[in-house]
Design a protein around this ligand. Sequence first.
Ligand code: 4AD
Ligand code: MG
Length: 503
Amino acid sequence: MSKNTTVYIDQLKHHVGQQVTLQGWLYNSRASGKIQFLILRDGTGLCQCIVEKGNVPDELFERIKHLGQESSLKVTGTVRADERSLGGHELAVTDAEVICPAEGYPITPKAHGVDFLMKHRHLHFRSQRQWCIGKVRHTVVDAIRRFFNDNGFVLIDTPIFTTVVGEDQTSLFEVDYFGRPLHLTQTGQLYLESAAMSFGRVYCFGPTFRAEKSKTRRHLTEFWMVEPEVAFIDLPGLLELAENFVTYIVRRVLADNRGELESLGADIALLERIQPPFYRLTYTETVEILKGDKTRDFLARELAELKSEKQQTESRIAELEQQQSGQIKQWQKDKIAAELIELRSALAELDTRIENNPTHAQLAAEFPWGKDLGGSDETIISRMHDKPVFVTHYPKEAKAFYMRTDRANDKVVENFDMLAPAGFGEIIGGSVREDDYERLLARIHAQGLDPGTHDWYLDLRKYGSVPHGGFGLGVERTLAWITGEKHIRQCIPFPRMMDKVYI
Ligand code: 4AD
Ligand code: MG
């Protein structure tokens, strides 16, 4: 092996005792007398590089000492295995080369508000938290493709410019397509149904657009959705497919990204419990739970817990504020400032939840059969369970036109939502499709849709119609649940929200 092998940090385990070169960015550094500790980041991980005076030329030692955060550099040295070190290895540096020094990097270890970080998303992307989420996202996307590819599904790319209304007319992004109004896709489903009649089992996976006027932590205007569609399937078959699919994704993340999950503070024990069967409730049973004692007691207990958490947070803030005013070193001040920002944002969230609790209790207690479940209702049901919950058989009026009417009870449809546990809410929506021509036409009329633009979709019910169905899983919501990230905007590289598009 040549003397100066350039390697990636995640390969250091194969080079213990050898001299290697790393190339990356200065994540952090600290000096202690004659030793400098550099934390280098190279896209595959972090590595502590130790520069000792005397081991490198004096002027290089000085240059490194004043190197700013995010400067790019190459460092050469001997790899040492060290259990206590970041990633289990460190580099005893013998040489270094600065590629491009950085001065005044705007994102410091001090804390910054969300707006600031979003405006600096192009740089914030380098943070450990974003890096961990990005790695998990990569696994989730790969697991999605692999699951369907390995189970006999054919990938069908559905169009982004669409002529049909897929979900509801109120959330369409219209585009001027050479003078003709088209809209950006809300779902690939309708096109996918035609493909299912050719290939049997198909899926599409791509960006999806919704002009939803929702500023919640669960809504983006551009998000990624994967949608399988299967010919000859019924509702129990769909639920089974969905629970196997979600279990597969979670297992893959647990296998490939344990380090990232730990670093993100995800609830690994909860993820390890994810396995079929998931809970199954009908909409009607769900409404009974919402209106009943179980929900009332649950929310009362939650309110008490929130209040005690608030008290603890407040006393920790007071403690830190006192430390901050004392005689302490700058790095300690920065650390306290960062923790304070975190705590204050946690406190604001606790306040909102305490304030919302009675409203949510009232909404649940007075829930009228027939209404779609709201965000707070989903959250309640989802918090009560330690595994995902299927809610099936929603009222027909609350749901999309294409869902199959339950022949045993024509007030409801054969659909389901999958609610992720621990309060994360809906991650999947799906249904059996109406396969009867007349019934489907009636639903199109009833929802005020234009039968003219849906004539090709109706054709599928004319020529060899079969029972079929599918579902859609939102990548960012799934990722928020798995990583424990509170806001879905952190789960997509460059988020687009109703009120904000930063860069
Ligand atoms: O429940 P939805 O609207 O279902 C459909 O679009 C069906 N056509 C799918 C199908 O049957 N083929 O959306 C499916 C999922 C939701 O459960 C959620 O995870 C995600 O897409 N989703 C959103 N994610 C982020 N921001 C939004 N505004 C979202 N709207 C839906
Ligand atoms: Mg839905």
